[in-house]
Design a protein around this ligand. Structure first.
Ligand SMILES: *[C@@H]1O[C@H](CO)[C@@H](O)[C@H](O)[C@H]1NC(C)=O
Length: 253
């Protein structure tokens, strides 16, 4: 019968599948990184250390079972959307001492639920999307960055309700405020930077509307005056006519 003959093939296939499932994480450690078992007893989870590897971007092909990812002391300039998507066990991400300048909304999408610590200190971050941190439950460290304090940053920090300590260390290198003082903590700025922007546009709208309206009024006034003069001249002309017309009529009759 052919069934018993198939058994070794099935077993072989099964072991191949198992190998494919178990080993890629161990065999595919990104270049410049060191991958070690986080927990030697339970054999799941990897500590991936890519510290001081002159990386210019987040390395592709990170092991899916990465628990701790150290990318500190590199030259990473940006964190593209979904950079860590698929790292379902990621608990700690250290991006400190890099050259990150801005963070978009989806930078940490996919790891919101598991991430517990996110270190972004000592970068070049000036601005973040207002929802960059909103779904994160992690403790976020954002000190030592040249922050530009604006509406989006205020909104992003409001999203980090549990991160008062981190937010307190956000010092504004520059800001939307006219009386800006460099190095002032964002939390010490009591102005609502979002309303500030809205108020400025409101004033601009009002001024523009006022200008248009006064232009319209002056045009109407000019038009009416001009027409009045025309009408008067026309009337005078008409008045000068009838004195001769009746004569003509009588002569014809
Ligand atoms: C991230 O790495 C830096 C540099 O090695 C270290 O000083 C810092 O404590 C780390 N952050 C966390 C949250 O462990």
């Amino acid at each position: 019968m052919p069934v018993p003959d198939l058994l070794p093939v099935v077993v072989l296939l099964q072991s191949l599948v198992l190998m494919a499932l178990c080993f890629p994480s161990a065999s595919m450690c990104p270049k410049g990184c060191l991958c070690q078992r986080a927990d030697p007893v339970h054999l799941h989870g990897l500590n991936v250390t890519c510290t001081q590897s002159r990386l210019k971007e987040v390395p592709p092909g990170l092991p899916v079972d990465t628990v701790l990812l150290r990318l500190d002391h590199n030259q990473i300039g940006s964190v593209p959307d979904r950079s860590f998507h698929g790292l379902r066990l990621l608990r700690e991400l250290n991006l400190s001492y890099n050259a990150v300048e801005t963070l978009s909304e989806g930078a940490f999408s996919g790891v919101e639920a598991t991430l517990q610590v996110l270190d972004l200190s000592h970068n070049r971050i000036t601005s973040v999307h207002k929802d960059a941190f909103s779904r994160l439950k992690a403790r976020v460290l954002v000190d030592s960055n040249p922050w530009h304090c604006d509406c989006a940053l205020q909104q992003a920090l409001q999203g980090m309700a549990l991160n008062h300590e981190a937010a307190a260390r956000v010092l504004c290198r520059s800001s939307e405020l006219r009386d800006h003082q460099e190095g002032r903590p964002l939390l010490a700025v009591d102005a609502d930077l979002c309303n500030l922007a809205r108020r400025t546009t409101d004033v601009a709208m009002l001024v523009t509307m006022f200008l248009w309206f006064s232009m319209l009024i002056s045009y109407v006034v000019y038009y009416v005056r001009h027409n009045q003069e025309d009408a008067r001249r026309h009337l005078e002309y008409l008045k000068s006519l009838p004195s001769s017309k009746p004569h003509d009529v009588t002569t014809v009759v």
